[in-house]
Design a protein around this ligand. Structure first.
Ligand SMILES: Cc1cc2nc3c(=O)[nH]c(=O)nc-3n(C[C@H](O)[C@H](O)[C@H](O)COP(=O)(O)OP(=O)(O)OC[C@H]3O[C@@H](n4cnc5c(N)ncnc54)[C@H](O)[C@@H]3O)c2cc1C
Ligand SMILES: NC(=O)c1ccc[n+]([C@@H]2O[C@H](COP(=O)([O-])OP(=O)(O)OC[C@H]3O[C@@H](n4cnc5c(N)ncnc54)[C@H](OP(=O)(O)O)[C@@H]3O)[C@@H](O)[C@H]2O)c1
Length: 464
């Protein structure tokens, strides 16, 4: 029997795991690489800690990892520890599943003032991503503004107003639990540049804002009145159920009176940030915003157009939640405009449009930072279908036989990255974190520093 063909999947988030699962079922051997010693991508470092049920999806990934053809190489960053060509020399195919780890820029004056942060960083900080564990967020301001109308904006707004008793039993990183408990933020203003019918929230997340223990949700009825274009769209078959229901929920919120809770989340619409204002120490002191109206964009949608009316919101913290963006990998074709690996349906393409032999993309780095965890399953299926078609047509890579053997790859990696963490090492970290959490009825206490993770994974921790 010929030996199985071997694939490197780079990135152990949802897209990487769904891809691995499909490939293993097709008889491939799969090596999954991740820059971190811990797997699961944004399920560990993005999904809000007060939503533990969502994280149970990792059980399916654990089943995939038990397949005999699966190996995990944690702590191996493509572009730093290993290079694209080195993987192509060793595998029949390489699938990039690296997600989109950075933020989009607003491009307005004052964006980099002290106290103005991308939501990407804040999310990674409270979730204990090692690259953000040493950051500090000054939460002493009374009012924070979150820019953007997506689910990440809702997540960060909610995290800022949760009662410390609600945060404490979660797997929020310890440094963030402490900092959030001391936070002075009493009002979070969430700013949408378009109207209620265009918000990218999903219904359960928007409904949750209306049920917070210590925060009232505030909506100005005038700001959720629909303009004629939006009203026609909502009334027509064009609008989907999610957008229609969002409008209903927001109308219901607009009819509420504050119940006297200590905190509030104010949802504002048709407002674009124009400038982040500063104090004499260059710290955030406010936000200059422009009032918008909506007009057809010529592509079937509605765009925000400035009316010329401006307002100022006093605030001491700004979280910019306007979407994630991919980071290029050295040597891998990249579409700078979209911030994604250049690809057609998951087949990586060179700058001239020709397919790059044996290279594929999947998940957020393939299609952009949108969609829930399950969206990546369908997406992975599409990419794997193309890979299978290429296999059948003899268009996969042709690795050097002596270098591509599973043991040879393991030997090469062990030499290159002495501290790499296999699935057993991750399982040790996982058990350790859960054991730390158990006495406090927390799902886990996350390790947030790589050296500590390595000590636990390799059993070299000294007991203190
Ligand atoms: C804040 C936030 C909250 C979310 N909450 C939910 C939710 O509640 N429910 C839901 O259904 N969806 C949620 N989503 C969406 C969901 O997380 C994404 O759809 C999904 O994680 C995308 O999967 P991915 O595998 O493409 O990327 P990721 O999950 O980002 O995984 C990418 C992986 O690649 C690794 N990597 C990156 N660069 C390299 C490199 N150079 N070398 C090696 N490894 C690398 C990273 O360490 C990471 O592990 C949320 C998203 C965000 C941002
Ligand atoms: N609980 C969950 O299921 C959950 C939680 C978190 C994230 N997610 C998913 O993860 C994906 C990413 O979420 P996301 O919130 O980062 O992105 P998103 O859903 O794409 O929302 C981005 C928001 O930023 C706004 N925006 C973009 N550029 C702007 C600018 N220059 N000025 C002002 N506003 C601007 C967009 O407005 P326009 O529409 O006007 O462009 C939009 O409201 C989504 O699919 C989301 O559903 C799911």
């Amino acid at each position: 029997m010929p030996s199985p063909q071997r694939v490197a999947v780079v990135g152990a988030g949802p897209a990487g795991f769904y891809t691995s699962d499909f490939l293993l079922r097709e008889g491939f051997e799969v090596d999954v690489f991740d820059a971190l010693p811990t797997p699961f991508g944004l399920v560990r470092a993005g999904v809000a800690p007060d939503h533990p049920k969502i994280k149970r999806v990792t059980r399916a990934y654990e089943r995939t990892a038990r397949h005999p053809g699966f190996r995990f190489f944690g702590g191996v960053q493509l572009g730093t520890d290993v290079q694209r060509d080195e993987l192509l020399e060793r595998y029949h195919a390489v699938v990039y599943a690296i997600g989109t780890s950075t933020d989009n820029r607003l491009g307005i004056p004052g964006e980099d003032r002290r106290g103005s942060h991308p939501a990407t960083d804040f999310v990674a900080w409270y979730n204990g991503h090692p690259e953000h564990a040493d950051r500090e967020f000054d939460l002493s301001a009374r009012r924070a503004v979150v820019i953007g109308n997506g689910n990440v904006a809702i997540d960060v707004a909610r995290m800022l107003v949760l009662d410390p008793d609600e945060v404490a039993p979660t797997d929020t990183a310890d440094h963030a639990i402490e900092s959030l408990a001391r936070a002075q933020v009493q009002e979070v203003v969430v700013l949408g540049r378009r109207g209620p019918a265009q918000a990218a929230f999903t219904n359960p997340e928007l409904l949750e804002l209306g049920e917070l223990k210590r925060a009232d949700v505030i909506v100005d009825p005038a700001e959720v009145e629909l303009d004629p274009f939006s009203a026609a769209w909502i009334a027509s078959g064009g609008a989907d159920q999610t957008h229609r229901r969002n409008v209903e929920i927001l109308w219901e919120y607009a009819g509420r009176r504050p119940t006297g809770k200590s905190h509030r989340v104010s949802l504002r619409f048709l407002r674009s940030p124009l400038e982040i204002l500063g104090d004499e120490h260059d710290a955030v002191a406010g936000l200059r915003i422009g009032v918008n109206r909506l007009e057809p964009d010529g592509r079937g949608g509605l765009r925000a157009v400035p009316t010329g009316v401006e307002e100022t919101i006093e605030c001491g913290l700004v979280l910019r939640s306007i979407g994630y963006r991919g980071v290029p990998l050295p040597g891998v074709p990249f579409d700078e405009r979209r911030g994604l690996i250049r690809n057609v349906g998951g087949r990586v393409t060179e700058d001239d449009g020709a397919p790059a032999r044996g290279e594929y993309a999947v998940g957020w780095i393939k299609r952009g930072p949108s969609g829930v965890i399950g969206t990546n399953k369908k997406d992975a299926h599409e990419t794997v279908e193309l890979l299978l078609a290429d296999r059948d047509a003899g268009r996969l890579g042709t690795p050097a036989p002596e270098a591509s053997d599973a043991d040879a790859v393991a030997g090469w990696l062990a030499q290159r990255v002495p501290h790499l963490v296999g699935w057993d090492g991750w399982s040790t970290i996982d058990a350790h974190e859960q054991a730390l959490g158990e006495p406090h009825s927390r799902p886990r206490v996350k390790l947030v520093r790589v050296p500590e993770m390595l000590e636990i994974a390799h059993g070299t921790a000294t007991r203190g």
